[in-house]
Design a binder for this molecule. Structure first.
Ligand code: 73E
Ligand code: PLP
Length: 728
């Protein structure tokens, strides 16, 4: 096609499409251009926020270029793509990350200074993209950074919630929630693709018919149709031109005016129904590790899955390869059971729309999908009432019943006369009403199932998925221990330590290969190295102390030991045990003489984390922590030997300040309950010690760093059930 264009046209594209340079002057030029044109402002009315916007737009221009080139290359090469389906992407801020990954930080930093701003002030202006609850959503964001950095042709698919995770404020020590209307100002980190629109159908009915070849077929007809609009979020890799995409869908009514309604004067009703369409992507459900069986949540899941699969299939079809090649071109990873309907949707597309036979279609489906389990907590297991699915997705419910029937027939054949096993494995829970067990559907529809840390991956085989081992054997179940991106969590969040490491190792290669950190071992006794290490920690603690002062009004001493527990508030994470420990410490300090207290290391105990709005006990724990803080911080008799703070609104940006400043962090879940944990890795990477239970990734961290660098305590996972029983 390009060859057909006139030479003059091509020459123009070449001339004007050349890279805008990345030097300081080019940045300053584009900054001023964006201030005056994009923002329609002038030198007389530009504040820090406009400076942020202009800088972001300048970076965005460069990102778009890489994004375009990457997508073009992937289309030309037509390599296999990996798709990560996640209802949550907890991205945080983008500007600093993009500057570092694109290698622009120094030139832009210098450039902005000459324009009268500081990079720190400018970076502070950005609001977090907080489209996630906690570890699961942040893991998705870290994976996207790593996939981009390692040059994978990867795509993320998610929802563009109008409201992300709520903002937490404190009133009289209680949590109160505020809406996170993060799109108040324009979002430079998304590219609206108003031309990428997918129709999504709900409700209606299923009709059986015979096609021209005499085959029995099913058509899903009628019901309501709405539209998914794509918003693309470019994710640049570090030290590579690869820039991948997260496609987030936003719901819109399909502008089909119901003329009868209007003619009958039911204007309000007609408009109201249109508005319902926009509700689908309005808000992120704020529950971590807990299922809430709301119809709107199921609608979100199908809306997202239908739009994403349509897009994936459309891309595959462009290559005109036979359907049997689909799993060679497409790998879809299911981030927990939230996208499990994708399995059913692909089977529907292949059988109903493409006319492929059931068995052939099912082979394609199972070779395409893989499923990650993130939790064994019973309250988090997704199950949806059959009548709800039947109403919203009548054809999908039929397909689920068929998948189950054929699956159970295979089980019966392999392990005959075991009705108990059939009931345990069934995708359908035979209660009143019946329920669909989404984890069972995800296992049956995937070729691999993984847990997120070694212990967790063993536990799923022994507990929630035990019965499946009888049928599939062990090989379908494997472990993929979680990870984190060292670019954001060390290089970006802790620039001083990052610089020391780079200087000591002689290159930045460790940012792409963390094993190289082993090279630091030979420097542990080097005086200068140790001095600089301690200085980096102290400056991070000073930065956090300033933040605490601003956010809570409490003054803390940066020379005290910082003892940190920041994560979602949950009974299984045991913030309650921590605060009981603090009360005990306070009582002990009060009983001491001044001389005795002088020998005790001063300590600041730092808490942070959101409680789900409907989680009564978790909210009460927040109040307890704040009440304890009130007493301890105002008791002069203990002479500042103990301070307690609850930092409000824990999010990614706050984590970036807290984590590098920690001396000890607590990861003290009841053994067997925290599937992995990822903040534990972040604290360790920043040179912090861990106080932890024998749970999740703590165990593997201990193996890596050695038990001199971690304090492990408590019972083991296999002892917990008996202990619980004995306590009754
Ligand atoms: O242990 C963490 C794990 O590190 C686990 O609790 C968390 O996932 C992290 C990443 O693997 C998690 N979140 C959820 N389930 N497990 C969850 C469930 C329902 C809604 C939202 C989040
Ligand atoms: N929430 C936020 C904002 C985070 O940054 C992280 C991880 O860094 C988590 C939650 C997960 O923490 P944890 O693994 O301790 O549950």
């Amino acid at each position: 096609e390009i060859a057909k264009l006139p030479k003059e046209t091509l020459a123009l594209w070449e001339k004007y499409g050349a890279d805008e340079s990345d030097d300081k002057e080019s940045f300053q030029k584009s900054f001023i251009r964006h201030v005056t044109t994009t923002l329609a402002r002038s030198i007389y009315n530009i504040d820090n926020f406009s400076a942020y916007q202009a800088t972001a737009h300048s970076v965005r221009d460069r990102l778009i270029k890489r994004w375009n080139e990457t997508q073009q290359t992937h289309t030309e090469v037509d390599s296999k793509r990996v798709y990560y389906l996640s209802l949550e992407f907890l991205l945080g801020r983008s500007l600093d990350n993009a500057l570092l990954n694109l290698g622009l930080k120094d030139n832009y930093g210098g450039g902005i200074k000459e324009l009268g701003f500081t990079m720190e002030d400018v970076l502070e202006q950005e609001v977090d993209a907080a489209l996630g609850n906690g570890g699961l959503g942040r893991l998705a964001a870290c994976y996207m950074d790593s996939l981009a950095t390692m040059d994978y042709p990867a795509w993320g698919y998610g929802l563009r919630y109008t409201y992300g995770i709520f903002q937490q404020r404190l009133k009289d020590g209680y949590q109160i929630e505020f809406p996170d209307y993060w799109l108040n100002f324009d979002n430079p980190w998304e590219l609206p693709r108003l031309d990428v629109v997918v129709d999504v159908q709900f409700c209606g009915s299923v009709n059986r018919y015979t096609d021209e070849e005499g085959h029995e077929r099913y058509a899903w007809e009628g019901g309501d149709t709405l539209q998914a609009i794509a918003y693309d979020v470019p994710i640049p890799g570090y030290g590579t031109k690869n820039c991948i995409n997260i496609r987030l869908w936003s719901s819109k009514p399909k502008r089909q005016f119901d003329l009868t309604r209007f003619n009958e004067g039911q204007y309000e009703q007609a408009v109201y129904e249109q508005m319902q369409a926009e509700n689908i992507t309005a808000v992120l459900y704020p529950n971590d590790n807990h299922m809430v069986g709301k119809e709107l949540r199921l609608k979100q899941q199908y809306f997202w899955v239908a739009a994403s699969l349509f897009d994936i299939v459309r891309r595959f079809k462009k290559s005109e390869k036979p359907w049997s090649n689909f799993p060679l071109q497409v790998a879809i990873q299911l981030n927990d059971t939230h996208p499990t309907l994708a399995i059913v949707e692909l089977q529907r597309i292949l059988v109903d729309l493409e006319g492929i036979g059931w068995d052939e279609a099912w082979a394609i489906v199972t070779q395409t999908f893989a499923f990650t389990n993130h939790t064994i907590l019973p309250e988090a297991m997704e199950r949806w009432p059959v009548p709800m699915i039947q109403y919203l997705l009548p054809r999908h419910m039929q397909i689920i019943f068929d998948i189950n029937l054929f699956f159970l027939q295979k089980v019966e054949k392999a392990i005959p006369n075991n009705r108990d096993l059939l009931a345990k494995l069934s995708i359908i829970e035979e209660s009143t009403p019946q329920f669909v067990r989404m984890a069972h559907l995800a296992i049956v529809g995937s070729h691999r199932v993984n847990g997120v840390a070694a212990l967790h991956s063993e536990l799923i085989k022994q507990t929630i998925f035990k019965d499946f081992i009888q049928f599939y054997g062990e090989s379908k179940f494997e472990n993929k221990t979680n990870g984190i991106t060292p670019r954001r969590w060390l290089h970006q969040a802790n620039p001083k330590l990052s610089e020391l490491i780079t200087e000591t190792l002689g290159s930045k290669n460790w940012l792409k290969n963390l094993d190289l950190l082993k090279g630091l071992k030979s420097h542990v006794n080097n005086k200068d190295f140790r001095k600089r290490w301690v200085a980096a920690k102290l400056s991070n603690k000073v930065r956090l102390a300033d933040y605490i002062q601003k956010a809570t009004g409490v003054t803390v001493n940066s020379n005290a030991l910082f003892d940190v527990q920041v994560k979602r508030i949950h009974e299984y994470k045991r913030q309650f045990m921590n605060i009981l420990g603090v009360i005990h410490r306070y009582n002990t300090l009060k009983k001491m003489t001044s001389e005795e207290r002088a020998c005790v290391v001063h300590r600041v105990v730092i808490f942070g984390g959101k409680a789900a709005p409907g989680y009564y006990i978790a909210k009460l724990v927040i109040k307890l922590i704040n009440s304890v803080a009130e007493v301890v911080n105002n008791d002069n008799s203990i002479e500042d030997s103990l301070k307690v703070v609850f930092i409000p609104d824990y999010n990614v940006s706050v984590a970036e300040i807290i984590i590098p400043a920690s001396d000890i962090s607590q990861h003290i879940s009841t053994a067997g309950t925290e599937a992995s944990g990822t903040s534990n890795m972040k604290f360790v990477l920043n040179g912090g010690l861990i106080l932890g239970t024998v749970d999740g990734a703590n165990i593997e961290i201990c193996e890596e760093i050695g038990d001199d660098n971690i304090f492990m305590f408590g019972n083991l996972a296999h002892q917990v059930d008996d202990l619980r029983h004995a306590h009754r």
